[in-house]
Design a protein around this ligand. Sequence first.
Ligand code: HEC
Ligand code: HEC
Ligand code: HEC
Ligand code: HEC
Ligand code: HEC
Length: 219
Amino acid sequence: MKTTMRSIFTSLLIFLYFISFGQGLLNSHHDFTGASWSGGEACRPCHTPHNANMEVNDSPLWNHEVTSATFQVYTSNTLDATPGQPNGFSKLCLSCHDGTVAIENHGGFTGGTWYVTWGNITPDLRDDHPISFEYSSALAATDGGLYDPATTPSGLGGTIAEDLLQSGYLQCTSCHDPHISRNTQGCSGCHNVATGQTISLSLRISNAGSALCLTCHNK
Ligand code: HEC
Ligand code: HEC
Ligand code: HEC
Ligand code: HEC
Ligand code: HEC
């Protein structure tokens, strides 16, 4: 009975996915349907309708093992923000992308052996764009080179704060959508076989001409 309910809910999730996101996730690097451990389900490695992992605040019905690594955070003598240990959505991403938790470890399973390779950000975040800090109007005023997130349009319909921040915080998801909703062409959406060029369509805003960076940075 529990299994039947679970598959009905999962089918519903997949159906809702197709009408809301389009065919974004499939054929991306977050599509694990071809792996036997996923049971052919696109959402299950990351989400579950019941008994979700509540370790990280506001996580969306999380089903993946959460990282317990201690991170070295970005620092510089010009930085005004104070990035803390990764929290929120960033902590969910780093639960595969810090390279310490196996990709298959979900739904209580912890015996996985497959880890991210070229997507390994590692627990040393000193060489990555700062994350997990509050990007407020006050920070923008202090910095002088940032747009006010509460009033500046993101280009996606709302303000920077509404479209790109998680409860006021800058996270991995400020720049990336793990569901790759902007890609409708499968592998070739990002990999051009003829030229060998790879682009990241998982970005919420295309970075052609540094457009993504210039959404927040007034440079
Ligand atoms: C590789 C992990 C991963 C996979 C696979 C995945 N998600 Fe997510 N999902 C996330 C993360 C991380 C968030 C929180 C960040 C965000 O909202 O983009 C999220 C957020 C969501 C949300 C809430 C916020 C929003 O964007 O509306 C929904 C609904 C959702 N996912 C549905 C799905 C469905 C349906 C599938 C399967 C077709 C799926 N996801 C597959 C990682 C994943
Ligand atoms: C269940 C594990 C898992 C989770 C959770 C996860 N990823 Fe990934 N991601 C992968 C794997 C596997 C790859 C392929 C790279 C590799 O194998 O080294 C990948 C590739 C990527 C890529 C490169 C391809 C592209 O789409 O441009 C980006 C960017 C990325 N992930 C961002 C994120 C972000 C941001 C989050 C959180 C919102 C996230 N990932 C959550 C497993 C995961
Ligand atoms: C400020 C924007 C921004 C933030 C925040 C951000 N990324 Fe990225 N990320 C990018 C851009 C832009 C690229 C594409 C780089 C390129 O193609 O040269 C990228 C590329 C990647 C890739 C592809 C492999 C690689 O190293 O190029 C992965 C994986 C990835 N990001 C994961 C993450 C994770 C996990 C987080 C949070 C810890 C994160 N990103 C936070 C902008 C961002
Ligand atoms: C959303 C964009 C996106 C999609 C869709 C995508 N990729 Fe990728 N892929 C990337 C990025 C970004 C990298 C990292 C390139 C780098 O760091 O040089 C990558 C790297 C790779 C690599 C490793 C290349 C290397 O030099 O080690 C392989 C193999 C690969 N992708 C295959 C695929 C296949 C097969 C598909 C379809 C099932 C696919 N990709 C779909 C963005 C994407
Ligand atoms: C969603 C908004 C947003 C986006 C998009 C964004 N940034 Fe940032 N970035 C910030 C904020 C906020 C800070 C913190 C600035 C501070 O506190 O001094 C920051 C910090 C930085 C820093 C460190 C500054 C220092 O003083 O050490 C650099 C460099 C940077 N960003 C470059 C980029 C680049 C390059 C891109 C595009 C790939 C980008 N950013 C995209 C908001 C953003």
